[in-house]
Design a protein around this ligand. Structure first.
Ligand SMILES: [Zn+2]
Length: 198
């Protein structure tokens, strides 16, 4: 896989969520054979008024106002790096949707833990959680990128064959999840959502 820009990988709908002043830079970031994963930390760094900080806590992540009129994504530094990346992408989703809907101020009123324990959430909050999870999956596992990595996998790792048995499929999931730097579980769910696996 030669250099492919994020502009090619992401849908127009997703790209439109980024602030106008930062979108061009984010669109010009690339994946290639050496770095075939979406650099979510880099994306966050390119966004004005948003930063990332590690913390040790009971929950996996949180989006909060910071001291300098901006916002901060906290992630749990005890989690695996795949989990951290998913958390950062999830919280980035919250930020971008709140920003789009002019609702960032609502974060000032919130003081409770934000985590993945959907059980404690209201209907509206559950909807926001699902939206943020879908955003994170679209960001870290773009269909276009999965297709490119799959074509390379067929060519270089599956002897040009487009079919696999069950253990071959497990291996495929492991390899692609590794390249995308997501958990096998997250990639498995993505495959099911995309209708590739049952
Ligand atoms: Zn959330």
């Amino acid at each position: 896989m030669t250099d492919v820009t994020y502009a090619t990988l992401f849908s127009e709908e997703l790209l439109q969520l980024f602030p106008d002043s930062n979108r061009g830079t984010i669109e010009s970031l690339i994946v290639n054979d050496d770095n075939p994963f979406i650099d979510v930390e880099r994306i966050v760094k390119e966004i004005d008024n948003l930063k990332i900080e590690p913390e040790v806590g009971r929950h996996s992540g949180e989006l909060m106002p910071d001291d300098e009129n901006g916002y901060v994504i906290l992630f749990n530094e005890v989690d695996s790096s795949e989990r951290q990346r998913f958390t950062i992408a999830h919280e980035l989703g919250h930020y971008l949707f709140l920003r789009r809907d002019h609702q960032l101020d609502s974060l000032l009123k919130k003081s409770k833990y934000r985590n993945y324990d959907v059980g404690d959430y209201s209907y509206q909050e559950r909807k926001e959680e699902i939206t943020a999870n879908n955003f994170a999956a679209d960001l870290l596992m773009p269909v276009n990128l999965i297709q490119r990595l799959t074509l390379d996998w067929i060519k270089y790792e599956n002897d040009g064959q487009t079919t696999v048995d069950e253990s071959g499929f497990d291996k495929y999931v492991e390899i692609l999840a590794g390249k995308l730097r997501v958990s096998r579980q997250a990639f498995d769910i993505r495959m099911k959502v995309l209708g590739v696996a049952k």
